[in-house]
Design a protein around this ligand. Structure first.
Ligand code: ZN
Length: 292
């Protein structure tokens, strides 16, 4: 799933390639991906892309004041195409292609564009056409962005204070902090040497400062690694940069202990017992509930 660093990189990527270009048309192949009906998606035709922004994990293309907002969800991706002039129309249900954005041809006659694809059977990729991106429900509810200047240690202290939820859940909640998902929350907690099950409100001031440092550093490093990469190379870069996420059974590159996995909410999380939980493996609550 693309999280803040990947979406940030896609934002840069599209800024360089798409800004200044005119939208020829937007083809919605997977009809359930389109979450708005007014203005219609056809209204984007003929407009020029003037800016590209990121809100949490949302991409926002400003087309002369009308916005095409994209949320790639868990299995969605963006694929840049240098020339779509020969691309055939796609029938729904036959391919992972959800949306195709065609741009006007340049002087060389190439008509570039990009495609949004979504793998798997659970279709969650979402696009919105709106005059005001703040009206997209997921954007309206976003918590502070960890790369924003306003995300200080004090700001994190206010977020954490009194919050009786586990720190792993807090980091993943877009309403609390924007842009962090399952992968980078594992990475942040490993960098902060903190148990994912720790209750947020129990963190000391020093631990909050450590957590803040881990959040900002982990995301900034991932953004820097991804910077300048083509959209197609981002997935591999994300995977190779992860230290614990999806690496259960492999050695921790900090201490050499074996990275473990435990179920959490609708998926699972990975962590290093030596670095994060005093050497003790976390109990799998889902499993122990079943055994009772
Ligand atoms: Zn370790």
């Amino acid at each position: 799933m693309p999280e803040l660093p990947e979406v940030e990189s896609l934002t840069h990527f599209l800024r360089e390639r798409a800004v200044g270009r005119t939208v020829l048309g937007v083809d919605v192949v997977a009809i359930q991906a389109l979450k708005t009906f007014d203005p219609p998606v056809t209204a984007l035709g003929g407009l020029t892309i003037t800016a590209v922004a990121r809100h949490g994990k949302f991409l926002d293309l400003d087309c002369d004041g009308l916005h095409l907002v994209i949320h790639l969800a868990r299995a969605g991706w963006l694929r840049w195409r240098d020339d779509l002039s020969g691309a055939k129309p796609v029938r729904p249900g036959k391919s992972p292609l959800a949306v195709r954005v065609r741009l006007a041809p340049d002087e060389e006659g190439l008509a570039p564009g990009f495609e949004l694809t979504e793998a798997g059977t659970q279709k969650r990729l979402a696009v919105y056409v709106t005059k005001n991106p703040d009206e997209v429900p997921g954007i309206a509810a976003l918590g502070p962005d960890p790369l924003d200047e306003s995300f200080t240690v004090e700001a994190l202290k206010r977020i954490v204070g009194g919050n009786r939820i586990q720190i792993k859940g807090l980091l993943r909640d877009q309403k609390i902090v924007a842009g962090i998902g399952n992968a980078y929350s594992d990475e942040v907690l490993h960098a902060a040497k903190m148990s994912p099950f720790k209750i947020a409100a129990t963190l000391t001031d020093a631990q909050i400062a450590d957590l803040h440092e881990a959040i900002v550093t982990t995301l900034q490093e991932a953004v820097e690694r991804a910077h300048g990469l083509a959209a197609k190379d981002l997935k591999a870069e994300k995977k190779s940069g992860l230290r614990v996420h999806n690496r259960a059974g492999q050695p921790c590159d900090v201490c050499g202990d074996t990275i473990r996995e435990v179920s959490f909410a609708d998926s699972s999380l990975q962590y290093c017992p030596t670095c994060q939980t005093g050497g003790k493996p976390l109990a799998d609550r889902r499993l122990s509930r079943l055994l009772k």
